[in-house]
Design a protein around this ligand. Sequence first.
Ligand SMILES: [Mn+2]
Length: 341
Amino acid sequence: MQTFHSHDNLQFHRSLHHHPPPPLQRSVGIIGAPFSKGQVRDGVECAPSKLRAAGLLDRLRQQGCAVKDYGNLTFENVALDEPVNGSKSVRTVGSANQRLSEAVKAVKRDGHTAVILGGDHSLAIGSIHGHTAAVGPVSVVWVDAHADINTPLTSNTGNIHGQPMSYLLYELQSKLPPLPNFSWMKPCVSSRDLVYIGLRDVDPAECYIMKLLAVKVFSMTQVDQLGMARVMEETCDYLWDRTKKPIHLSYDIDAIDPSITPATGTPAVGGLTYREGVYITEYLYQTGLLSAVDMVEVNPLRGRTEDDVRSTVSTAVDLLLGCFGRRREGNHLPDYSLPEP
Ligand SMILES: [Mn+2]
């Protein structure tokens, strides 16, 4: 008769995972940021409540996380917010991001991994700013179909959700005009500490900027060439060349192929598969360094059907669960014990 000792179970686990388990990022602080003025389409401000309604918090708790919900931020609409150098809603975006920066700083000082539920991608300005204000320099992993690195002077649309990276990088400060309601904001990311994954819709000026600054890019071409496992290995090798810093993951849902996540403002064909998208989160979780996560550009009003919205929201939830230890091989709580007959 074969007996089954918990010791056997342990051996089995050791053979599966060559490394000891990493420190767990199991304390999650959630900030809802229902903000949409970094672009022009209504609906993206509904995403935080949709993500909560899809069970995000309960499911994080079920997989062993301590979750604190800081609720939704409220943002003021600045009156008479006329375009500046062609950029729209600059004052509104500036004051919203100042508020978000303070909120993220507070969540980090409380000791949580911060989760920012957008909202559009202009929120990365305040999110990354507040993150670095609390913990010092960070590595940024930007998963997106777009580079979002236009300056206000190169942008074709004037939508600030296509510009946040240019505000954040030290190296581009001389290229930015002064902007109202942005005086609180100081650049806080070195181009050496930025990696893009999933790019496939990049403006000429953005392409030029990334070459000028020698930014590390894994476009969809490199994802096709290397496979996502190698992309993630090379991402971390690159970021850890000097020191291991806390990681800020800024995840735009439009990085995933629109066949899976159609409910978003600027879909681009030829994106990441669900599996590639989830793999990024699983990989970053097991580094033990994930310190803040943005989930942005889910727009429930952009789906043509209920299924479009459901698929987009549930994928966003799965990506966030992956950031906090969900494994496709299954999970159990550390104190689980088999019922005795
Ligand atoms: Mn984006």
